[in-house]
Structure formats: C-alpha cells, structure tokens
Design a protein around this ligand. Structure first.
Ligand code: TXA
Ligand code: MG
Length: 354
C-alpha cells in the first residue's frame, strides 16, 4: 500500500464535500468545493458568516479565471498578470452560464465573483490535486481576527471535522487586496498587501482622488465614515465588525513619547485593570518602567512586520485576558493603509490624538 500524501488526503476530503483548512500567503482559508452547494453552506454555518457576504473563489490558473468571469476588461488581465499568483482578489462579472448562487450562499444569487490565485505552494498543490475551484473565506469565526497560524484556526474551530493543512506562519499576515474590475477603472474595495500605488503604477493610470487617497486619520474622514455606515457597501464584508479582540481597543496617534505618556497615564489611573499595549520598539523605550498590569506586546518596526504580526497579537491579548487595549497607529501610506484599515476595524473607529 502506498502512503497517501497529506495533500492527496485533503483533496479527497474536499472532493467528497468536506471542508479543508489550508495556508495561503495572506491568512489561512476555510475551503470547500465551490460548486458543492452543501459544502459551501457548511462554510457559512461553521464560520457564522452572514449569507449576504460572498466568498472568494481560489483558482489554480488563468484558464479558471476565464471560465469563471464574463468579459473582464483588459486592465483586469494586466493586474492578474502583474500580481498573480499573489495577495490580490479581482471582483469580476460572473459567467452567466454558471450556477446562479456561485461565489455566494447557495440560497442567494450573485452577479459578480471574487477570484484569487494564491501564491502559497500548499494552496497551489491542493488546487492542482483536487482540480476544484475552492471557495474559501478566512478560517476564523466571523468577527474574530483572521488566522495566521493553524493554531489560531484550531482556537476557533476546536472539535470539527475540518481537514487541517499546516503551512506554518502566514508570511503576509493580512488578507488580500480586493479590487472591483467590473467598471472602466479598478476600485479598491479592501486594501491589502498589494497597494493602491502598485495597482495604478502597473496600469500606468493616475490613482483616483479622495476618498481613496485621503488620510483616514483625519477626524473629518472618521465622521464621513460614520455617515457612510448605512449605505450598502460595495464589498458586503466591509460593513461587519471585524478583526476584533475581546477587549475594547483604542488607537493612539502621536509621536512615540506622547503615545507612551498617554498610555502610562491610563495604566496608572486604572491600577486594577489589565491593560494591553501594542506598540513599536521606539515607543517601548518610554515604557520601561510600566507596572506589571501593563501587558506590552511589540507590533514590529516596519510595515511588513506589523502586517505579519497584527492579527496574532490581537489573539494574544485574548489569551492574556486584558480588559482594554491601546494600540499605536501606523503612518497611513503604502502597506500602512491596509494595516490601519484592520486596526480601525478592530478598534471600532476609536482613535485618540495625543
Ligand atoms: O487573503 C484573503 O483574501 C483570504 C485568503 C483565505 O484568500 N480570504 C479572505 O476571505 O479574506 P474573506 O471571506 O474573509 O474576505 C473576502 C472579502 C469580503 O470582504 C467579501 O465581502 C469580499 O471579499 N468579496 C468576496 N466576493 C465579493 C464580490 N463578488 N463582490 C464584492 N466583494 C466580494
Ligand atoms: Mg475574513
């Protein structure tokens, strides 16, 4: 008897309608055969995901992209060419010959689908071996930070029959950039590792003017964001509370010394509270004498480290059982846009300027 490789076993499980957790370069995914309505419905119920929020379809090759989409514009192919395989999701018009619900909950209908070709070798092997299109959201319970290790996934889905594939710690750490390619020009629906600058540089067209270019740390913008809350967002996933640790989190924006001073003040005013503090090394220097009720975790010193660490740190604070969290902001350009998007959601918009 041959010993079947773990990929072959995972693939068999997937083809029989089972769910497979697999690593990607961004975060772990909870995958089902995208054409199996029962399996896809199970992804929604396991995750506790609202039925109006569609799933990304993961593909192995460009042929899959052509089969799933309907007349994508030339610039969509240019983006696919530049960034696939990789952390980019293209939302395209759906091929009308496909099942009415494909990409969404089987009880709904979809007109567009989010498509991504992942770069992680284990994700690629699973796609190739199974010959499936894999519908997969991030492998966390709805509202929790996305998982960047298999251990995180197991925290959220302890006793389930989900087949686990371990790929160690996800390198990017934030979910893919989601780009709407149904119109004349791309629209970024969710910022990610592939930045707005990279996208528009690739296409040789100018970046759009605000709101995409505006600093969302501008208090005016925060107000606008509140106003937008009732509108139906283009990307349904963006309206839900996301990435949140259990404790209430507040972002602190200012230079290192002032951030440290503000946080230390809060620690001293609340001697009976366990306070989580998420900062960079520079700010840590001003917090050397913080009392033990301050649970300090380092976020990282550059954008890539911060992106890689953010979700893992939020989960660590859950384990430390802190009462409140203060987190230092990051400059909002390049990858910082995606980092701040996730941080603001985790903090439900709370920012103090010091
Ligand atoms: O990096 C990633 O994108 C990870 C890995 C596993 O690939 N996946 C991921 O999936 O983050 P999920 O389901 O957690 O987030 C998908 C986002 C949601 O905000 C959803 O609303 C949006 O993509 N989305 C999916 N299909 C869409 C569509 N047809 N139109 C608009 N937004 C869509
Ligand atoms: Mg998610």
């Amino acid at each position: 008897m041959h010993h079947k490789s773990v990929i072959a076993k995972a693939s068999e499980h997937l083809c029989k309608g089972g769910l497979v957790v697999f690593p990607t370069e961004t975060v772990y995914g909870l995958g089902a055969d995208a054409f199996n309505a029962e399996a896809v419905a199970q992804v929604y119920s396991e995750k506790g995901r609202p039925g109006d929020n569609p799933l990304i379809l993961h593909i192995a090759n460009m042929e899959n992209f052509r089969e799933l989409s309907h007349q994508p514009p030339q610039y969509a192919f240019a983006l696919a060419e530049a960034f696939w395989p990789g952390p980019l999701t293209l939302v395209a018009r759906k091929n009308p010959a496909l099942p009415a619900w494909l990409g969404g909950h089987p009880s709904r209908t979809t007109e567009t689908i989010g498509i991504r070709m992942p770069a992680h070798p284990i994700a690629q092997s699973l796609l190739e071996e199974s010959k499936c299109i894999i519908a997969a959201p991030s492998a966390n319970k709805a509202g929790k930070p996305s998982p960047t290790t298999l251990a995180h996934v197991m925290e959220d889905f302890p006793n389930s029959g989900i087949f686990p594939l371990d790929g160690g710690s996800a390198t990017v750490g934030l979910e893919s950039t989601v780009v709407d390619v149904t119109g004349d020009a791309p629209i970024i629906l969710r910022p990610g590792f592939i930045t707005e600058e990279q996208i528009f540089k690739t296409l040789g067209t100018p970046s759009p003017t605000p709101p995409q270019g505006i600093s969302s740390l501008d208090p005016k913008f925060l107000q606008d964001e509140k106003l937008c809350e009732d509108e139906r967002p283009r990307s349904p996933g963006m309206k839900y509370k996301h990435y949140a640790p259990r404790a209430d989190m507040t972002l602190v924006n200012g230079d290192s010394e002032r951030v440290a001073g503000y946080v230390l003040g809060a620690v001293n005013e609340n001697p009976n509270a366990k306070i989580g503090i998420l900062i960079g090394k520079k700010t840590l220097r001003y917090l050397k004498n913080a009392p033990p009720s301050a649970k300090i975790l380092l976020l990282g010193d550059n954008e890539k480290d911060i992106a890689h660490n953010l979700f893992a740190r939020l989960r660590e604070f859950d384990k430390l059982d802190v009462d409140i969290i203060f987190a230092e902001t990051t400059p909002e350009n390049g990858l910082g846009v995606a980092i701040m998007d996730r941080m603001r959601k985790a903090a439900e918009g709370r920012v103090v300027y010091v």
